[in-house]
Design a binder for this molecule. Structure first.
Ligand SMILES: Nc1nc2c(c(=O)[nH]1)N(C=O)[C@@H](CNc1ccc(C(=O)N[C@@H](CCC(=O)O)C(=O)O)cc1)CN2
Ligand SMILES: Nc1ncnc2c1ncn2[C@@H]1O[C@H](COP(=O)(O)OP(=O)(O)OP(=O)(O)O)[C@@H](O)[C@H]1O
Length: 196
C-alpha cells in the first residue's frame, strides 16, 4: 500500500489503541451492556437467525455477553479463527466460555473448525474495527483479515462494525482493497452509512 496511507493508518491505530487502554473497568462494563442491547435490537430488526461475531479482547467493546445470550436464544453465532494464510476459519459458538489463544494472541472459539465458506450462510456479519468513518470505510488492526473475507464473499449480507462512540470518525485513511461496512454499532447507538 502507498507509504503515506500505511503511515497514517499506523499512527491512527496507535492513538486508538492507547485510548482504549485508558478505559476503566466500569466504562468497559457499561460499554458491554450497551453493545449487547444494540446488537440484540439489530438482529431482532433484521430477523437474523445466523450471524458472525468475534470474541472480544479485554480492550475491545465487549461482545461476549451478547454472544452468550444469543446462543441461549438459539441464534447460530460463528466466531473467527485466524489462519496463517490470512484467511479466517470459523467455529459455531456453543455458549460455554472456553477459549483458545490463537495465532496472534487473540481469543478464539473451541469446537469444530469450519472453512471460510461457512460464512456464506450467515444473515448478518458483526465485525471488529479500530475505527470507521461517516462514509462506512472501516479500518481494522492491520492484517487485512476482514478485507480479504468480505472481498471474497459471493453475496455479502449486511456488515456492522463494533466500535466505541468516539471511533466513528469523519474520515479514515483508505486503501483500494478496503471494504466498506453497512453500519456501526456503538454502546449508545446504531448507525447506517453514509452518515449525512
Ligand atoms: N477479537 C478479535 N478477533 C479477531 C480480530 C479482531 O480485530 N478482534 N480480527 C480482525 O481482523 C481478526 C484478526 N486480526 C488481526 C489483526 C491484526 C493483528 C496484529 O497483530 N496487528 C498488529 C498490531 C496491532 C496494533 O497495531 O494494535 C501487528 O501486526 O503486530 C492480529 C490479528 C480475526 N479475529
Ligand atoms: N483483499 C485483499 N487481498 C490481498 N491482500 C489484502 C487484501 N486486503 C488487505 N490486504 C493486505 O492486508 C494488509 C493489511 O490491510 P489493512 O491495513 O487494510 O487491514 P485492516 O482492515 O486494518 O485489518 P483487519 O481486516 O485484519 O482488521 C495490507 O498489507 C494489505 O495489502
Amino acid at each position: 500500500m502507498p507509504a503515506e496511507i500505511d503511515h497514517a493508518k499506523r499512527a491512527l491505530r496507535a492513538d486508538l489503541r492507547e485510548r482504549r487502554a485508558l478505559l476503566s473497568d466500569q466504562q468497559r462494563a457499561a460499554a458491554e451492556a450497551g453493545i449487547t442491547a444494540r446488537l440484540d435490537e439489530l438482529i431482532a430488526a433484521r430477523g437474523a437467525r445466523s450471524v458472525s461475531c468475534f470474541l472480544s479482547t479485554t480492550t475491545e467493546p465487549g461482545t461476549r455477553a451478547f454472544i452468550r445470550a444469543a446462543v441461549a436464544r438459539g441464534i447460530r453465532v460463528l466466531l473467527p479463527i485466524t489462519r496463517a494464510d490470512g484467511l479466517l476459519d470459523w467455529a459455531v459458538a456453543d455458549g460455554d466460555d472456553e477459549v483458545n489463544i490463537g495465532l496472534h494472541g487473540l481469543p478464539e472459539p473451541t469446537g469444530e473448525i469450519l472453512n471460510p465458506m461457512a460464512l456464506d450462510e450467515v444473515d448478518l456479519l458483526i465485525v471488529p474495527a479500530a475505527a470507521v468513518d461517516r462514509s462506512g470505510m472501516r479500518m481494522g488492526w492491520g492484517r487485512g483479515y476482514f478485507d480479504r473475507t468480505l472481498g471474497s464473499m459471493q453475496k455479502c449480507p449486511p456488515v456492522y462494525a463494533v466500535v466505541f462512540d468516539s471511533e466513528i470518525l469523519d474520515e479514515v485513511p483508505r486503501d483500494v482493497h478496503d471494504q466498506p461496512v453497512t453500519g456501526a454499532v456503538t454502546p449508545l447507538r446504531t448507525v447506517v452509512f453514509p452518515l449525512s
